[in-house]
Design a binder for this molecule. Sequence first.
Ligand code: PAF
Length: 281
Amino acid sequence: MLIFQSIQETQSACAQLRGEGRVLGFVPTMGALHEGHLSLVRAARAECDVVAVSIFVNPTQFGPNEDYAKYPRTLEQDCGLLEREGVHLVFAPTADEMYPEGASTFVLVEGVSERLDGASRPGHFRGVATVVSKLFHIVCPHKAYFGQKDAAQVAVLRKMVRDLNFPVQLVVCPTVREADGLAMSSRNRYLSPEERRQALVLSRSLKRVEEMVEQGERAAHRLIAAAREVFAEEPSVRVDYISVVDPDTLREVSEVSTGTLVALAAFVGGTRLIDNTILRT
Ligand code: PAF
């Protein structure tokens, strides 16, 4: 497995692979890999000839009071996992390599970037869109793989790819969950055992919403109220948002139908976790 820090080496290795006619799959990550990331790698392996993975904790997508400094960095362990998955190339640049002194160009997907997590984390999606554009220019993948768990990120990147004509196909893979329902996240490792238990309220409230929809409920406000009732069972968990939205625009809807996104974020102790479900009616 090739491991590069430099943009130039990565760019030329990826160009060579494409030049040989191989279909190149790409999984962008911030490392601290778990089964969710590995499911993206496996999907890419199944559909592409070669797979590149980036590992980069992107400073521009973190707010000033967020967890950039303490975000887990486990490069050696991550590379071991990726090698076992048959990944061809890992791109693990430094922050200076990605953002050299004086870099001042950003990508902003207006509108959609200000909704859901974008409303709670101003500037977050500008950082995500900027780094993913740079990574797409460096790797030039045919297909890029993202997790449904980051539903708002998916909406932002879909729009960016369309608006800026990136010649890449986005593939969105299902959220991977622990046996008890908790959505896998690199941030789960911040949770104490008690917080880990409390965190189950996120998936439990989404289950409740799904059940109500199955029983015929279509009114978004009643679904949100029911989800909030489930959260009331864990008073120390603070809801950031619970939203029922169109999955592409992230605009709120009043009536749900097949494809409607129910997304939520909550603080469990100091850890902000997200989860969502796509409804079927
Ligand atoms: O989903 C993530 O891990 C990050 O937002 C991404 C897409 C790797 C960009 O830094």
